[in-house]
Design a protein around this ligand. Structure first.
Ligand code: 5GP
Length: 318
């Protein structure tokens, strides 16, 4: 694990609210006096065992970041924790939310401000991806895309689609296309569950810059054929997949299948706070133990991850 910690790692798939550590959740609960937030006090022990459980936790944690001052603490802690784990480039993603205390734009501005403030002091670089939640309507998605397109900080580098994987997301394709036309990177959570074959096909044809999870893609020969042609990079989250039971064990993960085919892959944490308070070094360690990766293999994964990142997408505006 020491060796994995020393690696200069790149994190491309980290949802802000899911990445908030147990320690920070405790800090925010204390600040809030837990008045109207009912997160179980034994939350630490209640790590999820299914995807449904994970999705039940999000609204509770999101309540803790409804105020700008709390959101600032959450972002700063998440960035510090990734840096302490040896991450040199972080692509953080979050769904802009209109709360009682902030508009969507203000929510994004608080995060950008925190990134900017720490940018000079820290070795780690951080960029932001705005998320569209599958539950949203097209107007909400358009509003999020507009914030990213109009951003002139240079720090927002992409748009991604996430949220309950059972819901069809193809209605967002025109919005995603608009974002792509503005040179934003596009990442789509795809094939996290086995259903929605038509959606998977439509999104493969759309050809996102990256795919989140892609857990069930290798089970369909037509998808494999398309992936061989298009070589769309995958963001793979080993612990998250096993806790959500979409892969039975890490050894049975889809990661080696795609790596052997030469598809670029990034190893990522997804929601480190919710996933046993995991970290990226441990994910690398698990890949090394389960797939026999050498130090050189792990270094190459770090390099590939940076190559497929959206880092330079908006550089012209910096
Ligand atoms: P936030 O966007 O509030 O910072 O982070 C939490 C949100 O990220 C969730 O509400 C959900 O939309 C999305 N998310 C986090 N983890 C996953 C995941 O494993 N799968 C999918 N599809 N969405 C996720």
């Amino acid at each position: 694990l020491g060796e994995c910690k020393k690696l200069e790692k790149v994190e491309l798939h980290a949802h802000l609210n899911g990445s908030i550590s147990i320690a920070t959740i405790g800090k925010l609960l204390k600040i809030e006096g837990r008045s109207n937030i009912v997160i179980p006090t034994d939350f630490v022990l209640k790590q999820p065992t299914t995807m449904e459980e994970v999705f039940k936790m999000f609204p509770l944690i999101q309540k803790l970041t409804e105020k700008p001052e709390n959101l600032r603490i959450a972002v700063e802690d998440v960035m510090r924790e990734f840096e302490e784990d040896g991450v040199v480039y972080l692509e953080l993603r979050t769904t802009p939310k209109c709360t009682e205390f902030m508009s969507k734009k203000e929510y994004v501005d608080v995060i950008l401000e925190a990134i900017r403030r720490l940018e000079d002091r820290r070795k780690m670089k951080t960029r932001l991806i705005l998320s569209i939640d599958r539950r949203q309507n097209i107007e909400e998605a358009e509003e999020t895309a507009k914030i990213a397109i109009d951003d002139d900080s240079g720090l927002i580098v992409g748009i991604e689609l996430s949220g309950n994987p059972i819901l069809d997301g193809t209605k967002f394709i025109p919005t995603l296309q608009k974002a792509r036309n503005s040179n934003l990177g596009i990442s789509i959570h795809l094939a996290e569950v086995e259903e929605n074959t038509q959606e998977i096909m439509d999104f493969l044809i759309f050809r996102p810059d990256r795919i989140g999870h892609g857990t069930f893609l290798h089970k369909n020969s037509e998808f494999v054929r398309i992936m061989r042609d298009l070589r769309i990079p995958l963001e793979i989250c080993l612990t998250s997949n096993t806790l959500c039971k979409t892969t039975k064990t890490i050894a049975e993960s889809h990661l080696p299948f795609w790596k052997d085919l030469g598809i670029p892959i990034a190893i990522c944490t997804d929601d480190k706070g919710l996933m046993n308070d995991c970290n990226l070094s441990e994910e690398f360690e698990k890949a090394s133990v389960n797939f026999g990766f050498s130090k050189r293999d792990l270094e190459n994964i770090c390099k590939t991850s940076f190559d497929i990142s959206f880092f330079s997408r908006r550089d012209k505006k910096l």
